[in-house]
Design a protein around this ligand. Structure first.
Ligand code: ADP
Length: 710
């Protein structure tokens, strides 16, 4: 096959090179005809050209472009019109816009088409066409005029679509460039003779063994220009299907010998079906390749399937793992049954509920291991698992269902049975979930009982509060009742004192005793009055009050307790009023509570070591009142719950005092805190927003504490 290609290649090369030579020979002949004649004769050139072309039909057209200077233009046109029989004008070809002829403007020099052979109706239109101003040809034309050599033009297309190029050579009046004119008045013309070569004719009719060659002509690579320019290409187009090309097999490139036409011949050959069938070897080669490809495909397929299967296995495994871990961890018993109602799988909780190990359960009929006590209290009950198998539905366990373990222990259980289906929709088993209700019930019971206890406790304390409240009401009534006899005592004493004045030598001690009785009666009346005010129901009366004065009042009320417990009171009160905005009775209530707690805390101390210090002062914008005692102090466990309601260490104490104090103080934007005094005792500190006195604060009744130092 390769040999044939080489042979055909050589033949093509020789034939094309010969045609190129012929082209040049035709040009030289035409050129010689013009250049060698003493007189230029257009008809003679025409006839000569016609004669040469007789040997090369279709291959060439001979053209003569005559140089015309401006002054010769009119004469030239006249001559041409006469010679050709058509009106000749000097024209340009408007290739860009309308592809039509335009009358050429005035120029110094023209190179119009003066002769075209063979002549046709179409070629006559070319007469007068000035190719010096034809952009596609002007450069090579000028080169031909300047050098006197054969110059080849760039390829271009004729109106009919044929692709051609020109070989051009200059004709000189004086023999050529650089030649000194012998006869300046020589009648010779100047111009350019050109041969127009048809590529198709140059490449196509070749005598070759096989006609299946692809032939192309390239311009030889020019210096400084990368790549060779494709001039013309002729691909092999087979007529028969068996000749259809499969792939390009052979290729060669050769420089053609002509210097004037510096072309490169490129040949290639396609391998066709017909050739393949002939070549058993190639067929075998193809077969083996196809076989290998098929095997490769099968291998890839298997690899893909293998990978897909292992990743599916992996996903399945991890999913099973998760489900199993979850089922093993939950506190519900789970049992799966096969289509014939045998146990397939049990989780640890189910084993615990049944009181059996997995190996004692698996594979057995569920009725042998799952002892549900049905129908004891209600004969209409039926087995929920059997129901689920029968109706192929989820069945909930009935209420109050008992499950007996293997060892006879019974548990209250809840649960449900759900059928399992195959892909085809047939029931192939069931899942049974069982929950032991015992622990849940017990926990619920414990929570209920604890809550009931708390409610009971609370109710008791509330009833205590209610009793205290009633007592407060009663105390108010009693105080009112006592006022009368006290007033009577005071009056009787005053009357007795008056009567005593009339008695001569009456003992002085009696008068003194009566005066003391009157004082005590008045004092008792005062105490009762204050007590009534303290316990009476009244609306809040928030106004500016002086804490120093409230301290006096409270000490007055608590005086009995303080004295009977041998408490020494030290008042360290600010010299200026410590004023706050509050209801005086409420703040007194706070103070009374703190005093009562302090007395209580000091009961365990030795007599003579019970001291109460009350300190009032103003720091920045805070009015501060401290009540310090020398008692047992606050233990760490008490400290955390000190202000909680109902917390008390006192025998019969309510534990509401400090909680109420806190509520009252916070209501006025203040706070109450407690701390232990290093050494002994506790300190309770009230902080209230200081309200500077604009006018003298309201004066509560003056206190008259006895045994109290200021
Ligand atoms: P109660 O006086 O009814 O017990 P309180 O709320 O007034 O209720 O007091 C709660 C508890 O705070 C007291 O039982 C006691 O343990 C403790 N407490 C209050 N004041 C003092 C104090 N000055 N010193 C030591 N402990 C105190």
């Amino acid at each position: 096959m390769e040999e044939g290609f080489e042979k055909d290649g050589r033949a093509a090369y020789v034939q094309i090179a010969r045609k190129l030579d012929q082209s040049e020979a035709v040009l030289q002949a035409a050129h010689a005809m013009v250049a060698s004649r003493e007189r230029f004769d257009l008809s003679a050139l025409s006839a000569f050209s016609y004669e040469i072309l007789g040997n090369y039909p279709k291959l060439y057209t001979i053209v003569f472009y005559q140089k015309i200077v401006k002054s010769e233009r009119e004469r030239y046109l006249e001559q041409m019109t006469r010679h050709t029989g058509v009106t000749v004008n000097i024209t340009d070809f408007d290739i860009n816009r309308r592809r039509s002829w335009l009358s050429a403007p005035q120029r110094d020099i023209y190179y119009p088409v003066t002769m075209v052979e063979p002549t046709s109706l179409e070629s006559r239109a070319l007469y007068g066409y000035d190719i010096l101003h034809e952009p596609r040809l002007a450069r090579e034309l000028k080169e031909a005029i300047a050098t006197g050599e054969i110059v080849v033009s760039m390829p271009f297309e004729l109106n009919g679509g044929a692709r051609v190029y020109l070989l051009m050579k200059g004709v000189y009046r004086n023999g050529g460039p650089g030649v000194i004119p012998l006869r300046p008045d020589s009648p010779l013309v100047e111009g350019v003779v050109a041969v127009q070569v048809h590529f198709e004719q140059l490449l196509a009719p070749l005598r070759l063994e096989s006609q299946s060659l692809n032939i192309a002509l390239y311009q030889r690579e020019l210096p400084g220009v990368h790549g060779s320019l494709l001039l013309y290409e002729r691909s092999f187009k087979p007529a028969k299907a068996s000749q259809w090309p499969l792939f390009q097999r052979f290729e060669s490139k050769m420089d053609l010998p002509s210097e004037a036409q510096p072309f490169v011949l490129s040949l290639s050959r396609n391998v066709t079906w017909a050739e393949l069938r002939l070549s058993v070897l190639v067929f075998q080669e193809l077969l083996v390749t196809l076989l290998l490809l098929a095997l490769w495909q099968v291998y890839l397929q298997r690899l893909y399937l293998h990978r897909a299967r292992s990743s599916a296995d992996e996903a399945l495994f991890s999913q099973r793992e998760r489900v199993e871990v979850a089922l093993n961890a939950i506190r519900d018993g789970v049992i799966t049954l096969s289509h014939d109602r045998r146990v397939e799988w049990v989780n640890p909780m189910a084993q615990e509920l049944l009181g059996l190990q997995a190996e004692q359960i698996l594979g057995r009929d569920y009725r042998e291991v799952l002892r549900l006590q049905l129908g004891l209290s209600d004969v209409s009950r039926v087995d929920p698992i059997g129901q689920s198998f029968l109706y192929q539905q989820v069945v909930e366990f009935p209420d109050e269902l008992l499950l007996s373990t293997f060892y006879g222990e019974t548990r209250l259980v809840e649960g449900a049975v759900a059928p399992l289906f195959s892909r085809t929709g047939e029931m192939n088993g069931a899942v049974c979930a069982i929950r032991d209700m015992g622990p849940i019930r017990r926990r619920a019971q414990a929570v209920l009982e604890a809550s009931e206890n708390r409610v009971r406790d609370h109710l008791e304390k509330l009833s205590h509060v209610a009793r205290l409240h009633t007592m407060g009401e009663m105390a108010s009534g009693i105080a009112h009742e006592l006022n009368q006899p006290l007033a009577a005592i005071s009056n009787y004493c005053a009357a007795s004192l008056a009567m005593l004045e009339d008695v001569e030598e009456a003992p002085v001690q009696v008068a003194d005793a009566l005066k003391a009785a009157i004082r005590q009666a008045e004092r008792s009346g005062e105490i009762i009055k204050r007590l009534r005010a303290f316990v009476s129901k009244r609306s809040m009366d928030v106004r500016q009050i002086d804490l120093n004065l409230l301290v006096g009042n409270s000490l007055f009320l608590a005086e009995y307790d303080l004295r009977s417990n041998g408490v020494q009171v030290v008042q360290m009160l600010s010299a200026n009023p410590v004023t706050v905005m509050a209801d005086s009775i409420q703040i007194e209530q706070v103070l009374m509570n703190l005093l009562s707690n302090a007395i209580e805390a000091m009961k365990g101390e030795r007599e003579g070591c019970r001291q109460l210090v009350i300190h009032s002062h103003v720091v920045l914008s805070q009015a501060i009142l401290e009540v310090r005692d020398s008692g047992r102090g606050i233990s760490p466990e008490v400290e955390a719950v000190l202000f909680h309601p109902f917390y008390s260490t006192r025998e019969g104490g309510m534990g509401l005092g400090l909680s109420i104090c806190q509520t009252i103080v916070e209501q006025y934007g203040g706070s109450i805190e407690a701390e232990n005094i290093p050494g002994s005792g506790a300190c309770f500190r009230l902080r209230l927003p200081f309200a500077p006195a604009l006018s003298p604060p309201a004066a509560p009744p003056a206190a008259l504490p006895l045994g109290v130092t200021r």
